[in-house]
Write a protein that binds this ligand. Structure first.
Ligand SMILES: CC(C)(COP(=O)(O)OP(=O)(O)OC[C@H]1O[C@@H](n2cnc3c(N)ncnc32)[C@H](O)[C@@H]1O)[C@@H](O)C(=O)NCCC(=O)NCCS
Ligand SMILES: Nc1ncnc2c1ncn2[C@@H]1O[C@H](COP(=O)(O)OP(=O)(O)OP(=O)(O)O)[C@@H](O)[C@H]1O
Length: 214
């Protein structure tokens, strides 16, 4: 039996950049053109709801990370793991050792599901803030760095309820921006207006379709 020899493989786009650079924004624009998006933050939040994960987190960080109604307090957990002290750094490693393999397995399963679909999507977007750090680059056909100045990102993060310190603490624990930029295959401004973002994504999809002969 031949297995659908003409079936096209989806083109996988990973977005990287600073926090609040606009990765999800570009991903959503691609989704509106028919792409599907794998959202690593959302998968991470699901993993944190796993009772076995929660119980291990309580062993590691104490019961204060769980609210009185039994749900995990992500803000409290964030306070344990993001910071410049050796204790916070060790705590972040412990959290990542616990959740990253689970996030990775779920994301890869999702990617394989899209790849095996009878009618695979033309584009799969991987929206993973730690795409490079967590070793997901080999899954990507293109890695797009979104270039957005710190001041703009700080304003966006503020609107999300973060302080500048939150932003700096988290960003300090990621790969430096110049390194992310270096490892990318494309660079785009994170300050494009809506119609420019749409035009960029339309052009990208057109190039991908042309390449794959779709
Ligand atoms: C620490 C947690 C509980 C904080 O939850 P919170 O709701 O405040 O943040 P959220 O998950 O929405 O992440 C927001 C942003 O923080 C940054 N961030 C999250 N985790 C990390 C990390 N381990 N290292 C560096 N930056 C991180 C990312 O830029 C992310 O987009 C949560 O981020 C978490 O469980 N992180 C570990 C899992 C992880 O690494 N997720 C990233 C996807 S691979
Ligand atoms: N080009 C843009 N113009 C105007 N606002 C934007 C633009 N790009 C992103 N934003 C806004 O900035 C905020 C952060 O964007 P987004 O969530 O896409 O960033 P992110 O890189 O995915 O963030 P994170 O690092 O937390 O995953 C959102 O409120 C979004 O609507």
């Amino acid at each position: 039996m031949r297995l659908n020899p003409t079936k096209k493989r989806p083109f996988v786009v990973g977005f990287v950049g600073g926090i609040a650079a606009g990765k999800t924004h570009f991903g959503a624009a691609l989704e509106s053109l028919g792409a599907v998006r794998i959202d690593a933050d959302a998968i991470g939040h699901r993993v944190l709801q796993d009772p076995a994960v929660q119980s291990r987190l309580c062993e590691l960080f104490g019961d204060a990370i769980v609210r009185s109604d039994g749900t995990l307090d992500r803000k409290a957990l964030a306070a344990c793991v993001f910071g410049d002290t050796p204790v916070a750094k060790a705590a972040k490693l412990q959290l990542e050792e616990l959740v990253h393999p689970r996030i990775h397995a779920l994301a890869v399963a999702k990617l394989q599901e899209y790849q095996a679909a009878c009618e695979p999507p033309v584009v799969v977007v991987i929206d993973a803030p730690l795409l490079l750090e967590a070793g997901w680059a080999p899954y990507c056909d293109a890695i797009i760095f979104i270039e957005t100045p710190f001041a703009v990102r700080a304003r966006r993060a503020l609107e999300r309820g973060w302080t500048e310190t939150h932003l700096r603490d988290r960003e300090a624990s990621q790969l430096p921006l110049n390194e992310k930029r270096k490892q990318a295959t494309h660079v785009v401004s994170g300050q494009l207006d809506e119609s420019q973002v749409a035009a960029y994504c339309e052009d990208l999809v057109a190039q991908i379709e042309m390449r794959s002969g779709a």
